[in-house]
Design a protein around this ligand. Sequence first.
Ligand code: ZN
Length: 345
Amino acid sequence: MRAVVSSGLLPSALPALVVLFGAIAWAQPPADGPSDGAAAAEERAPRRRARTARGGRGTRRGARAAEAGDPSSVSVGRHNRGRLVHGAELREGEHLRFKSPDTDHHHGTDELVAALHAAADHVWERLPGARLTVGDLSRPAGGRFRPHRSHQSGRDVDVGFYVVDLEGHPVEASRFMDFGPMGTTRREPSWRFDDARNWALVAHLLTQAEAPVQYMFVSRELRRRLLAEGARQGAEPELLARASEVLYQPPRGGRHRDHFHIRIYCDARDLPRCRDDGPHHPWLRGSSALADAERRGRTGLEDVVEASAWFSAPPSEVAPEVDPERPDGRRTRRAGARRRARRGR
Ligand SMILES: [Zn+2]
């Protein structure tokens, strides 16, 4: 596995590897992984019971009941065309801070908000001293807001990188900092991409079951650093395989050199109103994501093959259904034209 990671994942061999890993994962689900359906179901049981008592969630009737009285969140529609009902508000805490505290862009599904606090706590426990920096989630009721195209249905979040100084002490930047392949930033010569904490964040998010992660968009160079760090720390091959799929530089939109864009799948209780697009990762068999795929008449194996083809295709051949979001702070060409048009009027 080490050879695979260090050689840029041999795109041509990836589909076979992914199928293999998928088969292994299905046959022997890791005890702590999201594919442990029984454990996941147990963790979810309290909320499921609470909702059942209010009339259920997987039906239209349940969905209407949800909007009427159930305070649990519902992600409606797609990441780039959707809204959020009863969104949970993320709050700053001991281990989590906002990049921009004065916005109302900190709302997400119950699962996403809980997962962010859990991730921040986890990294702090493993490597104390650094808070997780969180940028935009969604607006209170979701919908579109600039500069994002996604972030509409409470399942997307921008997260800043953990950063250290030359002595290895954590530093907190007032903005997202972009890092190159050497883990350095031109903005501040003495700051470094914190490989250990950033990998700890990735590893945690890919092994928790409450909010299965579909993507962590990040630049190619930083993806390589993170996979190398995981291998250096002796991460399980299964975890490295997951990370190699989920960490991804989207072909359009920002290169994500200054933050992770994280997207989670629809929660099963938000179906069928919540809509996921592929890929559905093989290790999520038994989870809401694959259940959704199966509900749409697709088998797990098709999704494994589709996912591996999608991830190994060169950028120009990738279907443009991936996140077209622009990096924070920049505007799309069309937005610039609109602005110029307004000034002209
Ligand atoms: Zn984003």
